[in-house]
Design a protein around this ligand. Structure first.
Ligand code: ATP
Ligand code: MG
Ligand code: FE
Length: 343
């Protein structure tokens, strides 16, 4: 069975084709991606209306490219999966509209996929796929959650951020440091020249005894540090602050992940979402994992941020478990707000 996946929840248009394999992990046949980052950079963040319009422009050419790359035609598609939510309503509607129109024209069913389920399942496309059950650390631009995952669709929330997401903390701190959007990769790059212990920054909720996170206080601390530097901070001061910010975010993420593994008595951790691309986070989790005999799984670097492959994969995994999940009503009802545990 060939599943087409379409992602359009925010500022990436992604299209991918996966093929289901009896008793195994679906295989990625091809994918095509267009990032709108450069378009939004001039505004310092995502402009929803521009995002929607650009998805309209990109999605069909990307579909043609993905089909050609897999040597398939539209008629080979058995199910059209699309990101139903959460995300920007207008952006979601583009993907959902295209998915439903295409499926209707082919007489094939659709499947609305939860964007975070896509992120969570993306490590299954890596060379070192995990096994259920596992603890998932989902760290993206809009979410920071620790979950127990027993199977596709079987999630238990262990803890989450009470304010900003980890990716947001990277992005907002980067902005204060005068770096561009998206700030995560830029802050991480600057941090390689800095001393992570140079500036004392808070580790919010580190000792709260639960698995929740809070990152909004960190950006205030970063702002205070910048103010102390005066109007013209040196390159070294900025690098030290970047390194110290990254260290603070990573320490909380690592300690809480280890706590979640301890509390659930599970030995596998899956890290997903854009912040999962962060080198320091990976190094620290790998080191802690090695010390404690834990396995840590990640998506391929290119699949950490939004893409169509994770949506096609999550759709295919859902269908393997419940073929009736696919629908023929072409009602493209998107869900801009949609808790994963309700998916
Ligand atoms: P959500 O999935 O919650 O709706 P999103 O789709 O915008 O949000 P992703 O695409 O998963 O989020 O990730 C984007 C985030 O990851 C941004 O905040 C970005 O700064 C951050 N990010 C990407 N690469 C890195 C990195 N190397 N280090 C730190 N943060 C990073
Ligand atoms: Mg993005
Ligand atoms: Fe995402």
């Amino acid at each position: 069975m060939i599943v087409l996946g379409i992602e359009s929840s925010c500022d990436e248009t992604g299209v991918a084709l996966v093929e289901t394999v009896a008793g195994g992990v679906p295989r990625l046949r091809s994918q095509a991606l267009h990032s709108q980052i450069r378009m939004h950079q001039a505004y310092g963040g995502v402009v929803p209306e521009l995002a929607s319009r650009d998805h309209v422009r990109r999605v069909l050419p990307l579909l043609e490219a993905a089909l050609a790359d897999a040597s398939l035609t539209k008629d080979d598609i058995d199910v059209v999966a699309f990101t139903r939510g959460p995300g920007l309503a207008g952006a979601l509607l583009v993907g959902a509209g295209v998915a439903c129109a295409l499926a209707a024209s082919l007489g094939k069913p659709t499947l609305g996929v939860h964007h975070l389920e896509g992120h969570l399942m993306s490590p299954f496309l890596s060379a070192d796929p995990p096994e259920f059950p596992f603890v998932a650390l989902l760290v993206s631009g809009g979410h920071t959650q620790l979950m127990r995952v027993d199977d596709v669709g079987r999630y238990e929330m262990l803890g989450e951020t009470i304010d900003d997401a980890a990716g947001e903390a990277f992005d907002k701190s980067a902005k204060l440091l005068g770096l561009g959007y998206p700030g995560g990769p830029a802050l991480a790059a600057l941090a390689t020249h800095g001393n992570p212990e140079a500036i004392a920054l808070p580790r919010p909720l580190l000792h709260s005894g639960d698995l929740d996170f809070s990152f909004s206080g960190l950006k205030t601390a970063v702002m205070t540090a910048m103010t102390k530097f005066g109007p013209a901070p040196t390159g070294q001061q900025r690098a030290d602050l970047a390194a110290s910010t990254q260290a603070a975010i990573c320490e909380v993420l690592v300690k809480k992940s280890l706590r979640a593994l301890q509390e659930t008595r599970l030995s596998r951790l899956v890290v997903a979402g854009g912040v999962g691309a962060n080198t320091r986070l990976r190094e620290q989790l790998n080191a802690a994992g090695a010390r404690r005999g834990l396995r840590v799984h990640y998506p391929e670097l290119a699949l950490c941020t939004d893409n169509g492959a994770m949506i096609a994969l999550a759709g295919a995994l859902r269908l393997q478990r419940d073929p009736s999940a696919a629908r023929m009503d072409y009602a493209f009802d998107v869900k801009p707000r949609w808790p994963l545990v309700q998916a």
